[in-house]
Design a protein around this ligand. Structure first.
Ligand code: NDP
Length: 260
């Protein structure tokens, strides 16, 4: 796997915490010799800490570039690729991980602003970043193969089944699922792999965001259960990216043993 990832450039959205942060770290651990990672999120100071942690863990073989990117802001997304330093522009692997859930209200009571932020981040943001990066992948064509690269979208078990209080979040993740599936089919004649990885319950800042920053409510979610760790997801993401070019691990559901 390390050999296959050597020399690659990886872009991770939502890399300031949780699963995205672990994904960046796991890429660096797996291929510490010659890898470039662009870590993006809204909290640039936290990203700088993530970059320092990665350097500390794996040394200077991995180049890490923290970039402020709000995926729900079309101007920031449009500006992303043009503003990257030349040595980071040639992206090989895109990890669409940025996402969030807001509130636990049932459908009639969900606030309009929460609906908007969930769709703008989880769906439109993911699509916009994909559109920004795809032309780079298409340029990597070799004869008629139509380009190469990996798009790995972090969906959720919530995109496969609903639950009370999760209607909008579930709808956004179902949209990610069908977008990913359609894109995979559109790119079938290329060497661009389109991959979906759907986690079940993972302990991150996700629940803190859901409860508008109320940590005690967030902690209560995990009482009596054993959620996955962000590393559990990151290991699978890096495994999928590290397969032979002709192997597509198209669609994966990962959840803790207790979760049905
Ligand atoms: P975290 O809250 O820990 O991480 C979410 C990341 O997304 C943060 O880095 C956050 O950074 C970033 N983010 C949020 N909004 C934006 C935005 N508008 N633009 C750019 N970045 C943004 O949660 P998780 O690690 O758990 O979530 C990662 C992904 O995993 C999400 O897509 C989530 O839906 C999915 N998931 C999570 C599960 C879980 O149980 N935890 C289960 C299934 C799926 P910042 O605030 O700095 O912008």
């Amino acid at each position: 796997v390390a050999k296959r990832l050597e020399g690659k450039t990886v872009l991770v959205t939502g890399a300031s915490s949780g699963i995205g942060r672990s994904i960046a770290q796991e890429f660096a651990r797996t291929s510490p010799k010659d890898l470039k990672i662009i870590i993006t999120a809204r909290r640039i100071d936290t990203l700088k800490e993530v970059a320092a942690d990665i350097k500390k863990e794996v040394g200077d073989g991995v180049k890490v570039l923290p970039v402020k990117l709000d995926v729900s802001n079309p101007d920031e997304v449009a500006n992303l690729i043009p503003s990257l330093p030349a040595e980071f522009k040639d992206i090989d692997i895109l990890i669409n991980n940025a996402g969030l859930v807001k509130g636990v209200d049932q459908a009639p009571d969900i606030k309009a602003e929460d609906i908007n932020v969930m769709f703008a981040t989880n769906v439109t943001g993911l699509i916009n970043v994909t559109q920004a990066v795809l032309p780079i992948f298409k340029k990597k064509r070799n004869g008629e193969d139509g380009g190469r690269g990996d798009i790995i979208n972090i969906g959720s078990i919530a995109g496969r089944e609903g639950y009370p209080g999760g209607s909008i979040y579930c709808a956004t993740k179902a949209a990610v699922r069908t977008f990913t599936d359609s894109l995979r089919r559109e790119l079938i004649a290329t060497r661009i792999r389109v991959i979906e990885i759907d986690p079940g319950q993972v302990e991150t800042e996700f629940s803190v965001v859901r409860f508008y920053g109320d940590k005690s409510k967030a902690d209560a979610v995990y009482k009596g259960v054993e959620p996955l760790t962000p590393d559990d997801i990151a290991e699978v993401v890096v495994f999928a990216a590290g397969r032979r070019e002709n192997v597509v691990i198209a669609d994966t559901l990962i959840f803790p043993n207790h979760q049905v």
